[in-house]
Design a protein around this ligand. Sequence first.
Ligand code: 13P
Ligand code: SF4
Length: 308
Amino acid sequence: MTDVNDKNDIKAKQEIIKDLLKKKRAILLAHNYQRGEIQDIADFQGDSLELSIKANKTDADIIVFCGVRFMAESAAIMNPDKIVILPNENAGCPMVDMITAKDIINLKKDYPGAPVVAYVNTSAECKAVSDICCTSANAVKVVNSLPAGRVIMVPDKNLGSYVQRFTDKEIINWPGYCPPHGRTKPEDIKILKEKYPGAVFVAHPESIPETIDVADHVSSTSGMYKFVRESNAKYFIIGTEQGIMYKMRKENPGKVFISSNKGLICPNMKRTHLEDVINSLSNMKNIIRISEDIRIQARKSIENMLAL
Ligand code: 13P
Ligand code: SF4
């Protein structure tokens, strides 16, 4: 009985959001880790790279960004004439807070001439003092496109070590990391592979190097959708935030998806509820604001990435 009521409640809220989006000429973008009920009403769902490309192309007046703050900030950086809403203002990313613009300026002094590649998981201020952005989908390509022999990568040490496997350039790493992704250890994979013989382990580049070592496939979140769709395997151990399995299960009914670790949940990605979308959009709350000088400089780093 409660289940039916809950479902009706979700449906009703989704209908309210659809109406609001239409009335306000707004578009809803959702990251692949969002709650299922948010994914279901997204105009567009994707990984960080796809979302930044999409945000750059839309002709909607308002972008409702269901993800975390740095993603909504990137959309605002690229669209000064549009309103960008982050439905839950507390949806941040701990990795973003592991580095400041001042740290990057100091790194540049320590390694003169080395370009700075900022993972999109950085603040607008950090992007403003970096040379080019990257996402997990294009990090190797971005680093290899640079003419320098030594490259500074911030803030994710795990993404940096992953890229180091595919480049002759020397990567200078910053010690940031993603807490949820760091929880999957090679021991978890060993146990799960014994339990599910033939299972394929899919990892995200934010995983620790020891976990990457035992991965059968490594990619961004959208790369994972493609991989599991095309693979003939039945069992998949998914080494990224559990929200990704919602669409995987919907798209691949005959396949079984198992999380690599029970703790692989990003609390920030889960902060956004349907109510937050309704409240923020109907009251025009939680609008992302970035000072113009920071925005212009940060835009260059994102544009340099998109140009690739
Ligand atoms: P992607 O979806 O770009 O792979 O990013 C994962 C992530 O952790 C974003 O914070
Ligand atoms: Fe940040 Fe990790 Fe959450 Fe992505 S999954 S938003 S990197 S804490």
